[in-house]
Design a protein around this ligand. Structure first.
Ligand code: GLU
Ligand code: MG
Length: 451
């Protein structure tokens, strides 16, 4: 897709408004909208945005970050490859953007550029990544100022499917119309909780797809008079919403999955083990990028399949990294690692970029994961002394704990770069300062409908 294709498609579909979106340091999707008459100009020069937006907290309180005050702007530069006419609002389209400086360079606080930089680092090692985010979400109704789950259905139950039927059918149609291929659907464990997975894609596209997915689900649900919540723990007495990330490393032309080795007892290559070694080495700090909201830590607890320990294991849904069993007849293609301590309050570019940075560090340094952290049982059922002996620890239990670890992890902060690190940590600190002074109800109210 080039600029001419975008203009042609917009005209053919009768689009009037085109939203240029980005995802901020809080995981919030924001942006500005142009009338189609200005689209040609916007494709060339973007839309101006104050530099302050990346220092804006999740409660819209501007934090003090050098160079991100009232003076100066960046541009929302739309990527033509992301143009989508919105099936649920056909007079509108969206495009996802990079934040670039007015002298046309990538801005140091642009999350999408961070992921691109990590993919370039992978490419230098001859690697390309396929990935997918696997979001869970609740359908809810609102009564006064309180939300309630759509139904009381059981995990995988056909009755849950009945309640959500019309919404799910419309979501599927809308995702397909935007080129996202649907893989599986089922009513999840929580009352009103849904899981509808889509097909993997090249890593940048996978992160873009997650934003398109969130927009689609929220808007389609809204048209049905329902609220869709991607918050990590929207109902304290129900299952949490994970957004597990599956990924695999391929050769440059995408013909061979380099994580696959049939000679290994787990079908994993030496490269895959190095990648695991890197992720495990940085895992506690990485949590600040993948479980980045106050509400994330209400989900991240033992016994809830969200994972709560630094361990990895085969088909282990209580391990931070699961090595999923392979599809019969498609062993090479289906080899992947599933990173589980991640939710949709994460910025998908930052979360995926962070995981890839950690994994590549393992590859570059030839790390091997510790044998003690390999586990094929629920770590919560292992006696504490054995966990300690095996080097298996609890993941950070608060946003403050994880952000302190991130601050100290120079590999991750160097990868993020100074502007992204500083602005990211500033808005996380603001969240901690505010929400740690309030109760669970306040926290949930301000996370329920933010993602
Ligand atoms: N809802 C769980 C989570 O918070 C995941 C359940 C599952 O394994 O699909 O991650
Ligand atoms: Mg699930």
């Amino acid at each position: 897709m080039d600029h001419a294709d975008v203009l042609r498609q917009a005209a053919a579909a009768g689009v009037k408004l085109v939203s240029l979106y980005y995802c901020d340091n809080n995981g919030v999707i924001r942006g500005k909208t142009t009338h189609v008459s200005g689209l040609e100009q916007r494709l060339r020069s973007g839309i101006g945005l104050t530099v302050a937006m990346q220092a804006m907290s999740s409660m819209d309180e501007l934090q003090v970050v050098e160079g991100m005050g009232p003076v100066g702007e960046v541009r929302l530069a739309p990527d033509p490859a992301t143009f989508e006419v919105l099936p649920y609002a056909p007079a509108r389209a969206l495009m996802l953007t990079d934040l670039i400086t007015v002298d046309r360079r990538p801005w140091g606080a642009c999350p999408r550029d961070f992921l691109k930089r990590m993919l370039a680092r992978a490419e230098a090692l001859g690697l390309t990544f396929q990935a997918v985010m696997e979001p869970e979400w609740f359908l809810a109704t609102k009564h006064g100022d309180r939300f309630a789950p759509l139904d009381e259905s059981l995990d995988n139950s056909s009755i849950g499917s009945t309640f959500a039927l019309d919404v799910i059918d419309d979501v599927v149609e809308a995702l397909e119309a935007q080129g996202l291929r649907v893989e599986q659907y089922y009513p999840e464990l929580g009352h009103g909780q849904q899981e509808l997975s889509i097909r993997h894609a090249a890593a940048l596209r996978a992160a873009d797809n997650h934003l398109i997915y969130r927009e689609t689900v929220r808007n389609v649900a809204w048209k049905h008079g329902l609220y869709a919540s991607f918050a990590p723990k929207p109902f304290p007495d129900q299952a949490g919403n994970g957004c597990h990330i599956h990924l695999s490393a391929w050769n440059a032309d995408g013909t061979a999955n380099l994580f696959y080795d049939p000679a290994d007892r787990q079908n994993l290559s030496a490269l895959a083990y190095q990648f695991i070694g890197g992720v495990m080495a940085h895992l506690p700090a990485l949590i600040a990028l993948t479980c980045p909201s106050m509400n994330s830590y209400r989900r991240l607890s033992p016994g809830s399949w969200s994972t709560a320990y630094t361990c990895y294991g085969p088909d282990n849904r209580e391990a931070a990294l699961r090595m999923p069993s392979l599809f019969w007849g498609a062993e090479m293609a289906s080899t992947n690692l599933e990173f589980r301590p991640v939710d949709s309050s994460a910025n998908p570019y930052i979360a995926l970029g962070g995981i890839i940075a950690a994994g590549l560090d393992g590859v570059e340094r030839g790390l091997r994961p510790s044998g003690g952290q390999w586990i094929d049982v629920d770590p919560a059922h292992v006696p504490p002394e054995e966990l300690e002996r095996r080097g298996i620890q609890r993941l950070p239990q608060t946003l403050q704990e994880s952000t302190q670890l991130l601050r100290a992890d120079t590999m991750l902060t160097d990868a993020l770069g100074p502007q992204l690190t500083t602005s990211y940590l500033a808005v996380k600190q603001a969240d901690w300062d505010l929400f740690s002074q309030h109760d669970a109800e306040f926290e949930i109210r301000h996370h329920f409908y933010k993602y």
